[in-house]
Ligand binder design. Structure first.
Ligand SMILES: C[S@@+](CC[C@H](N)C(=O)[O-])C[C@H]1O[C@@H](n2cnc3c(N)ncnc32)[C@H](O)[C@@H]1O
Length: 247
């Protein structure tokens, strides 16, 4: 299976880094607070971060008490930044595709992944491998682009707009067509994998996980006052965050 490594392409990497360097972006405002709100007590716990990118989360898990954090990513550019900017004796960064985590020999109390699974084709295979790597009573948390986002390819207009260009409503298309979708994000030809909500949840329960909580973050009144442009999230949440347990 050919795995995409788009974060190692210079033009994409720079576009993505500029976005993440902004003081306020959708990750900082919505995705990270929701993801972190689901964290269990990390004191003395071992953590595996799948698609760790710049390693910013890995360092946070150490600050929250984790005794060991393993961050894996397929992109050497992302890992290079992680090793430079977010190194710690308790953190190990490995260049490894998520699809190959069965090569790891440790067991983990928390497996976590932020915004990487929509790049993974074989979700079922990965979920089964995660289950095997986890300690009894462990937690698995992940965020991904909301399925109402991943269903789009570049073929259709995502929004119907008024004459001033304001978004009026979202045009939902091909939600039921799962699998690879190509779109443009900084560069053409980004491959993401769409799965319906039912597929995501059924895959997790089939592997043996107990679903604890799902979050689709929305702005509150305070945030809307400061960033009114995020009112479009009430039509279509950008993110899905899932927490499941291994009993
Ligand atoms: C959107 S970034 C998120 C980075 C980090 N988790 C964060 O939230 O800041 C997605 C990351 O997943 C990595 N990634 C994508 N597909 C992967 C795969 N199959 N195996 C390992 N890492 C992958 C990318 O290289 C990139 O660093």
């Amino acid at each position: 299976m050919a795995m995409q490594n788009i974060f190692d392409e210079q033009e994409f990497f720079e576009g993505y880094k500029n976005l993440r360097d902004q003081e306020k972006n959708a990750n900082i405002l919505f995705e990270i607070p929701a993801l972190f709100s689901l964290l269990p007590d990390l004191k003395g716990k071992s953590v595996l971060d799948l698609g760790c990118g710049f390693g910013e989360h890995c360092i946070e898990y150490v600050k929250k008490g984790a005794c060991k954090v393993t961050g894996i990513d397929i992109s050497e550019k992302m890992l290079e930044a992680a090793r430079k900017e977010n190194s710690d004796p308790k953190v190990e960064y490995l260049n490894m595709p998520i699809e190959e985590i069965d090569r790891l020999s440790d067991r983990f109390d928390l497996v976590i992944s932020s915004l990487a699974f929509h790049y993974v084709e074989d979700f079922e295979g990965v979920v089964n491998k995660i289950y095997e790597l986890m300690s009894e009573g462990g937690t698995f948390i992940f965020s991904q682009e909301n399925p109402l986002n991943t269903c789009f390819s570049g073929k259709f207009n995502r929004w119907t707009r008024d004459e001033n260009g304001n978004k009026i409503y979202m045009n939902l298309t091909e939600y039921g067509v799962e699998g690879e979708k190509e779109s443009k994000w900084f560069v053409d030809g980004i491959k993401k994998y769409h799965r319906m909500f039912s597929t995501i949840i059924n895959t997790l329960t089939k592997a043996g996980f107990i679903v604890e909580k799902l979050i689709e973050p929305l702005p509150d009144d305070e945030l809307l006052k400061r960033y009114p442009e995020y009112c479009d999230l009430f039509h279509k949440p950008d993110f899905l965050i899932v927490k499941v347990l291994k009993k």
